[in-house]
Design a protein around this ligand. Sequence first.
Ligand SMILES: NC(=O)c1ccc[n+]([C@@H]2O[C@H](COP(=O)([O-])OP(=O)(O)OC[C@H]3O[C@@H](n4cnc5c(N)ncnc54)[C@H](O)[C@@H]3O)[C@@H](O)[C@H]2O)c1
Ligand SMILES: [Zn+2]
Length: 383
Amino acid sequence: MKTFEMRTAIHFGENALGRLKEIPYKRILIITDPFIAKSSMIDLITEPLQSAGKEYDLFSDVVPDAPVDKIAEGVKKFLAYQPDAVVAVGGGSAIDSSKAIREFALKINPYGKVGLIAVPTTSGTGSEVTSFAVVNDTAAKVKYPLISDSLTADEAILDAELVRSVPPSVTADTGMDTFTHALESYVSINHNEFSAALAEKAIEICGVFLLRAYLDGNDMHARRKMHVASCLAGLSFNTAGLGITHSMAHQLGAVFHVPHGRANAMLLPYVVEFNADINKKSRSQKEYLPAVKRYSNIAHILGLSSYNKVMSVNSLVNWIQFMLKEMDIPMTISEMGTITPDKYFGAIDRMAEAALRDSCTPANPRVPTKEDIINIYTRLWQG
Ligand SMILES: NC(=O)c1ccc[n+]([C@@H]2O[C@H](COP(=O)([O-])OP(=O)(O)OC[C@H]3O[C@@H](n4cnc5c(N)ncnc54)[C@H](O)[C@@H]3O)[C@@H](O)[C@H]2O)c1
Ligand SMILES: [Zn+2]
């Protein structure tokens, strides 16, 4: 038996932030990052709360990738303030930190039900609707997803006005994160009709609107579409899971601080080739792996398809590489120019082991060995 459930009420469209006046909570802890806390964006959150007579306090020390020491600081603040709801405002880092803070704080002092309202300010992770919170164990240099229904937000508010200020490089990285969620979910061994429908729509939107949002951040039609795509892709992978692009990206984030979406974008062409295994000359057409058919469906949605499935998969790989070039995302680690070969190759073995253990790996359509993962990391150095 399979179950498809959407636990989060999603408020979206014009003036979605108006929902903050109506939420059934009185004492709110806003959790965000310092950039957002200092920008005018925070007023868009506090004004509706104030006008509805709600009390609030702010924890604004979130840093990228949700390191555990910052989560511990947030837990202290939470326990001292004892809110009846958390409003998480920011990208995946702020939303994941908020999920973990609420979860751990209520384990220490289960004083009552505390709501979680997620307000994304990037169009990327879909964290506002997922039961995942990716945390960074900085001492061990490992990033891993916590997965539990209890992490899921009660409400998500999608207001594209909050993403208007996202700079092009973050639009590119987070947009490719959305695309990777949809694609990995679509080919996952746990895909189903519901996850596939959500992924297909997210991919269609990325195909038309991601480059537009990158080229003109004030193109609010493109921004609104990408904000919805990010949420659709989150709903999709929440039920079907992800794959080794994410398992491997988590390690590049933990060890070398490569932004999450960027790491996914760079790895994706290699993982598609690995999962499709289309270059294996000994195979006859009918023996191609199941992912080949699914990738070629995606090529079709992007308008790239050919009557030949292998050519379609190649077109998909070329399309991903085209997007990277157009959006100035480096194609290789060496092109980034920030990581020395010694450090990179010295870390590969440990990153491969951690990637194999990552909870995204079991859903990958092709079972990887440690050598397979090492091969992909090695190719990523120089293409
Ligand atoms: N929980 C999940 O389901 C899930 C899924 C995928 C990724 N993640 C995790 O989410 C994190 C990445 O989240 P992200 O990609 O959204 O990045 P992020 O939250 O780290 O934000 C990236 C940068 O963008 C800035 N920013 C955010 N909103 C902005 C705005 N409106 N204008 C200008 N700048 C803005 C932030 O201050 C930050 O510097 C990673 O830790 C990743 O592992 C979680
Ligand atoms: Zn992701």
